[in-house]
Ligand binder design. Structure first.
Ligand code: NAD
Ligand code: G6P
Ligand code: MN
Length: 440
């Protein structure tokens, strides 16, 4: 397959300049003729496009770049859709984080009640995108989806559109592995992980470099420093992320067999997280004051001066991973990635229809899962509880069932009791008017 056209859904995303730069920086092995940005917010997308055009001019001026809010124009004959939509934008992320915190529960955009709320907003807009892509795109297209909460989005889309050509992905393990490469003094592309779990809910069970396990060295490092290393990650360097990377140390001290995904802090250290959080100023505020402001300040400066600073956006694990994956779908290159795929026996003892995050080989033939086998009871129990919470949420959204959504909130490990779950849910319903399906 030739990667002629790529459509970025969520063209107004703060990540769009970095993703475009990542695409164009691979032009020798992954030559793209046209990039289209698609968003429902024309003003935001047009602003971001100002910087994207400069990125195109600097890296591959022969590549055509256009913006649109018309799905037919966006998806007509497209080969790849890179999806990164945020339904309700940062204003709603803020609600996802602050409402649970006000009730004494973890407030996070993809984990706990916040993640469930974000899932309720995102399922049906993603279904609409899948249907439009199916209608207009090249029949051999691939949709590579970053849109969060990826665990819930993946589960819902597999249920509602089982045949869609979509691969759901997350950049967190890749960012962690970049840090591992720094710790082990090797090339990040040489890190080969063994891993299992759900999205934002998984564990590394081994790390191989050139045929040799380096897991014990890594575990020793994480026991002393968490995931903190010498060269800070381009994407996750702000104080709250540094704190998160450091928290892997505490988790390892308690459960030292496997290396945790950073997001497990919200489940295994939930009370500590609540105690440390400021319900009036959460990560959403930090991002609005940080990544979003830096980008939009640069856009405003460009409008005044006609110049921009290439360093104000990141390519990072985010941009590199999605383009590496797309390239492996076009050209046999032995690509092996952690992807969110239907379990179907890959992790023994977990349900067939769970969407698990596991290693997969990727080629023009598609995705081939690596079998994980049996997993120990502690990890299996945690995953089953989280999966049940996410599954109830998906069913609740589809059936419009208040009780199923309440079950999802009550089952979540970040929630203490169904009384707390109900109080949070009722406030969430008010805050999400116009975004959530109606619940009766
Ligand atoms: P952002 O708010 O800057 O950008 C999101 C864009 O999506 C906005 O321009 C918005 O108008 C647009 N949008 C919303 N609904 C849409 C729809 N129905 N159709 C088309 N466009 C729509 O957000 P961001 O911080 O840049 O993040 C973008 C997304 O990528 C989020 O979902 C975020 O969680 C996700 N993300 C995922 C990973 C991962 O590991 N899976 C990593 C980074 C970001
Ligand atoms: C990681 C996760 C993403 C998430 C992002 C949030 O990269 O894998 O799923 O969207 O962190 O980062 P932020 O800087 O927006 O808090
Ligand atoms: Mn992620």
């Amino acid at each position: 397959m030739e990667p002629k056209i790529i459509t970025i859904a969520g063209g107004g995303s703060t990540y769009t300049p970095g993703v475009v730069k990542a695409i164009l920086s691979k032009k020798d092995t992954f030559p793209v003729k046209e990039i289209r940005a698609y968003d429902i917010d024309a003003e935001r997308q047009d602003d971001v496009a100002i910087i994207v055009r400069e990125v195109v001019k600097a890296n591959c001026p022969e590549c055509v770049f256009t913006t649109t809010t018309d799905p037919e124009v966006a998806f007509r004959d497209t080969d790849f859709v890179f999806a990164q939509i945020r339904v309700g934008k940062y204003a709603m992320r803020e609600q996802d984080e602050k409402i649970p915190l006000r009730h004494g529960a973890v407030g996070q955009e993809t984990c706990g009640c916040g993640g469930l709320a974000y899932g309720m907003r995102t399922i049906f807009p993603m279904v609409e995108i899948l249907d439009m892509v199916e209608k207009y795109a090249n029949p051999n297209h691939w949709i590579l989806n970053y849109s969060n909460p990826a665990a819930i989005v993946a589960l819902a889309l597999k249920k509602l559109r089982p045949n869609a050509r979509i691969i759901n992905i997350c950049d967190m393990p890749v960012a962690i592995m970049n840090g591992m490469a720094d710790i082990l003094h090797c090339d990040p592309h040489d890190i080969v992980p063994d891993y299992f779990g759900l999205n934002h809910f998984g564990w590394f069970t081994d790390i191989w470099v050139n045929g040799e396990s380096r897991f014990d060295e890594l575990k020793k490092h994480v026991l002393e420093h968490g995931y903190l290393c010498d060269v800070p990650d381009e994407q996750h360097w702000e104080p709250s992320w540094v704190h998160t990377y450091g928290n892997a140390k505490t988790i390892m001290q308690r459960f030292g067999d496997y290396l945790p995904n950073t997001y497990l802090q919200y489940y295994l250290l939930s009370q500590d997280i609540v105690d440390e959080s400021n319900p009036d100023h959460t990560r959403a505020n930090e991002v609005m004051e940080g990544r979003e402001k830096t980008l939009f300040d640069a856009i405003a400066r460009y409008k005044e001066t006609g110049s921009y600073d290439d360093g104000m956006f990141v390519v990072g694990a985010h941009g590199t991973f999605i383009v590496d994956l797309a390239e492996s779908l076009c050209r046999e290159n032995g690509g092996r990635y952690l992807l969110i795929v239907k379990n179907e026996g890959a992790v023994a003892d977990l349900p067939d229809d769970a969407m698990v995050e596991i290693p997969c080989y990727v080629s023009p033939r598609g995705v081939e899962k690596v079998s994980v086998g049996h997993i120990p009871t502690f990890y299996k129990g945690m995953i089953e509880q989280q999966y049940a919470s996410e599954k109830c949420l998906v069913e609740g959204a589809i059936e419009g069932s208040y009780q199923k959504v309440l079950m999802a909130f009550s089952l979540n490990k970040t929630v203490k009791s169904s009384t707390q779950a109900q109080a949070i849910l009722d406030e969430m319903i008010d805050a999400n008017k116009g975004y959530w399906p109606e619940l009766v």
